[in-house]
Ligand binder design. Structure first.
Ligand code: ATP
Ligand code: MG
Length: 484
């Protein structure tokens, strides 16, 4: 990596300019961002090899830039520049995944040493990965995590079509990873070192859409005090990601088709023919075929976008991916938050695998963020799960038989009811929960309420016994009183 792509973020124009000069003299490509906001935009469009950011900036600060960068590109080193007074924050930042920090003021020499070291480490990582891939035959998953047959097919498809300029339409429920796939297509293409420009077609009002996409000339409409290039220009040479493409209105659809077919467009209020060479990837969770039938979406544009179709199945249809995603996100969030060991109990794992995940991978990610943020650990129990997950878990089985057991009637306890009013998995879970209550009560009875002994027999630690008791509303008094 003699030539690296480096994103520099600082709200002081002078410093930014110095960085640009020094880094380009070493042959690196530099993207400049004059604020945290600009940095976040730049990060969605480029995958830099290194990020250098000031820590203290108004509104969006270096910490948020760091967070976003680690989220999008966990392997990309982030270097913080910070005044002496904020060194403590910088140390905190390192715990959250920053590579290093440089205190202000610094000399050219000092900065370049750290930059070179970061890039050298990156080269080493790349080299290691390549060797690993050669050894194991496994390839980079392009940011698409999952091991189910359906996701392997998706990854395979992405690899095959990425090098081409074919239109790709990605469909799937909300949160299934449509944008992840779009980014993967860009990363695996020859356009990878150019911009990835996402456009949320549903979020931009249709009267502004045309000038957003194609730009406008000065005076094209009230408020257009200067000429502006549009997103189509920014995506030149790169990938244009049309999210919620079904929301585009008819007029814009025509112009877009023209860009795709002839690579030509005009700015709003302009006559000059402009050109842009972009590759389009589109996504929707609407039924685009129906929209075509209803005359809301142009058939010719539809065919252009839908040359290759990638269908992302909902998470509930690929439960094999759930444990893989859980481990992946928990590891990533732990790294971001500088948290120690955290593992799901088998019970929680089973619950989460059986859960329907209506919000798909996004909901699962939020669940992991919640757990990493709030669970005491090191083992994650049901009580540690967020309410949105717990709310939809099936209710626990009635505890009457077990409660009777607390009263000393253990021998007479009946087997748990098998609930045929529930779906199979939920019924099984309810039955197992019943087992848990029964087990912990009898275990404690057998050991006269001695938790240490009970823990030894059960082969779990004291804390887990206490958790089990708490979850089953048991106190030692009950056990002590009855078990003598
Ligand atoms: N296979 C995956 N591997 C890693 N991360 C994933 C995967 N699928 C989804 N994610 C993560 O889940 C979140 C939602 O994914 P994404 O934004 O791509 O969904 P989407 O299908 O575009 O949803 P929407 O229709 O709501 O826009 C993101 O944070 C994304 O990084
Ligand atoms: Mg999306």
């Amino acid at each position: 990596m003699s030539q690296a792509l480096i994103l520099c973020v600082d709200d002081e124009p002078d410093l930014l300019d110095t960085l640009r000069r020094q880094l380009s003299r070493l042959g690196h490509q530099v993207i400049l961002a004059g604020s945290g906001e600009e940095a976040l935009v730049a990060l969605t469009r480029h995958r830099p090899d290194l990020v250098i950011t000031d820590l203290m900036m108004p509104d969006i600060d270096g910490m948020q830039v760091l967070e976003r960068s680690v989220e999008l590109y966990p392997d990309v080193p982030v270097l913080l520049i910070t005044a002496y007074a904020t060194v403590q924050t910088a140390v905190d930042a390192i715990r959250r995944g920053a590579y290093d920090y440089v205190p202000k003021p610094f000399t050219h020499q000092q900065l370049m040493v750290v930059v070179e070291r970061a890039l050298a480490q990156l080269r080493l990582q790349d080299e290691n990965r390549r060797l690993m891939e050669q050894l194991t035959g496994e390839h980079d998953n392009l940011g698409i995590v999952g091991g189910s047959a359906s996701m392997r097919r998706v990854l395979e498809m992405v690899r095959r079509v990425a090098p081409t300029d074919l239109g790709v339409l990605i469909t799937g429920e909300s949160g299934t990873g449509k944008e992840v796939v779009a980014r993967a297509l860009h990363r695996a293409s020859v356009r990878a070192d150019r911009s990835f420009v996402p456009v949320d077609c549903g979020a931009i009002p249709s009267n502004l859409m045309e000038s957003e996409l194609f730009g406008h000339e000065k005076g094209a409409f009230t408020g257009a005090s200067t000429a502006r290039a549009g997103l189509v220009h920014e995506a030149d040479g790169g990938t244009f990601f049309l999210d919620e493409v079904g929301e585009l209105d008819g007029g814009v659809q025509v112009k877009l088709l023209r860009v795709l077919q002839e690579r030509e467009y005009r700015r709003v209020g302009g006559n000059k023919l402009m050109s842009s060479n972009l590759r389009v990837v589109a996504a929707t969770n609407r039924d685009l075929e129906q929209a075509v039938k209803d005359g809301q979406f142009r058939e010719d544009l539809y065919h252009r976008l839908n040359v290759v179709r990638v269908v992302l199945p909902p998470l509930r249809d690929r439960p094999e991916d759930i444990p893989i995603l859980l481990d992946h996100f928990v590891a990533r969030e732990r790294k971001r938050n500088g948290r120690g060991e955290l593992r799901f109990s088998t019970e929680v794992r089973d619950l989460l695998i059986g859960y329907a995940w209506p919000g798909n991978v996004r909901e699962l990610l939020n669940c992991c963020k919640y757990v990493v943020g709030l669970a005491e650990g090191p083992i994650v129990h049901v009580d540690d799960l967020p309410h949105f997950v717990r709310r939809d878990l099936p209710a626990a089985a009635p505890r009457t038989a077990a409660q009777a057991a607390v009263g000393g009637a253990s021998s007479g306890a009946e087997g748990p009811p098998v609930r045929v009013d529930l779906p199979y998995k939920a019924a099984k879970r309810a039955w197992l929960e019943h087992f848990e209550t029964e087990y912990i009560v009898r275990l404690l009875e057998a050991h006269d309420g001695n938790i240490s002994q009970a823990a030894r027999t059960a082969g779990i630690d004291r804390k887990s016994i206490q958790r089990l008791m708490k979850r089953n509303d048991l106190s030692l008094d009950e056990i002590d009183g009855d078990a003598s």
